[in-house]
Design a protein around this ligand. Structure first.
Ligand code: AMP
Ligand code: MG
Length: 342
């Protein structure tokens, strides 16, 4: 298949592709999505095939108007409405009981549906112009880091989808916060830019899925997608935790070891600490004081390790105040939960 790359001011062509059952990758404020008509089961099947995604891992339905939510769910609880008013358009996905409108091919066989109203203008224009609700997971090959620029989508999906809209680099760089509203208390199934505290402020009570926080493999995350190996670079990634000085000393000792055995090692560090390391190439993920920057750079940096054939990566821990939980959730998954205490 020939994949066309489209400038983001030309929406008519990709909108027609979506309407006709084809696949278009498009920018959102979180990461690039791989979109198809959410009501068309054949389009959803194509999304799974292009990504190599397990068919029990549901897609997120993207809408451009709040009334579209009422079209596809059984009912909108008060907490959902409050959250929608507070954080839509934006990086938040709500899980609700679905009605018959969205086929099970789109929801991985579940009787619930994930819905998001993105703020990115191109995403909104594509939804409106196509006249479709757009089912879209992240536009990466299953298991790889999510794409934060059109070039990442080209790397993973060129030749497998109809079109890619190039909208430049995304703003947030981490996938949306997923909130399950089918139980008594809103539950975060995937941390994101909208934090647990943000949610609590709006709904009064909210909790984090215990499966997200636990290092015990028997406590399974509730969102199917959070159970799979994800984001992992080809080299082994290990997180070093502790007081800053101890972490720096430990990582320097570890990279010296690696140099002796001839392994290609790298350090993932912040702007504040980057020049404290010797003996291995240092990747600066951004300033610790600007956590948005760390969020935005994470997946790009993880992809760079593969391009540069890095075999061993030692990373600092990025437990920042607001989106730190989202950043560390992704980093821990990428590291397969391998942590060294300094
Ligand atoms: P992605 O868009 O690639 O970030 O993937 C969508 C994420 O949403 C995956 O982690 C899914 O498991 C999750 N998800 C989608 N629909 C549901 C649902 N109905 N219930 C729970 N998780 C869902
Ligand atoms: Mg994904």
């Amino acid at each position: 298949m020939n994949t066309i790359i489209i400038n983001d001011n030309n929406i008519a062509v990709p909108a027609r592709i979506i309407r006709e059952g084809g696949l278009v990758a498009f920018p959102t404020e979180t990461v690039y999505g791989l979109g198809g008509d959410a009501k068309n089961p054949e389009a959803s099947k194509k999304i799974y095939a292009a990504k190599g995604r397990p068919s029990d891992n549901p897609l997120i339905v993207h809408i451009a108007e709040i009334h579209q939510l009422y079209e596809i769910v059984e009912d909108v609880p008060e907490a959902a409405l409050k959250l929608a008013e507070a954080f839509w358009p934006g990086p938040m996905t709500l899980i609700l009981k679905k009605n018959e409108v969205i086929p099970k091919e789109t929801t991985g066989g579940l009787d619930t549906v994930a819905v998001r109203l993105p703020s990115h203008e191109t995403a909104q224009a594509l939804i409106r112009e196509s006249g479709c609700m757009i089912a879209a997971p992240s536009a990466n090959t299953s298991g790889r880091p999510s794409p934060t620029s059109a070039s990442h989508v080209v790397e993973d999906l060129e030749g497998k989808i109809d079109a890619i809209i190039d909208g430049g680099d995304v703003e947030i760089g981490l996938e949306s916060t997923i909130i399950d509203l089918t139980g008594d208390t809103p539950m975060i199934l995937r941390p994101g830019y909208v934090s647990l505290e943000d949610v609590k402020r709006v709904t009064g009570a909210a909790e984090m899925d215990p499966g997200i926080l636990s290092e015990n493999e028997n406590v399974r995350p509730k969102a199917p997608g959070m159970r799979y190996r994800h984001y992992a670079p080809k080299g082994s990634l290990i997180i070093v935790e502790g007081q800053q000085e101890a972490v720096i000393a430990k990582i320097n000792a570890l990279t010296e070891e690696a140099a002796k055995t001839g392994q290609r090692a790298a350090v993932l560090a912040t702007a504040e600490t980057a020049d404290r390391y010797r003996g291995a190439k240092v990747y600066n993920i951004g300033s610790f004081a600007r956590e948005d920057e760390i969020g935005r750079n994470l997946y790009r940096t993880l992809r760079t390790f593969d391009e540069e054939n890095i075999e061993l990566i030692y990373s600092e821990s990025f437990e920042t105040p607001h989106i730190g939980q989202a950043i560390m959730n992704r980093l821990l998954k990428a590291a397969g939960h391998r942590i060294i205490k300094a």
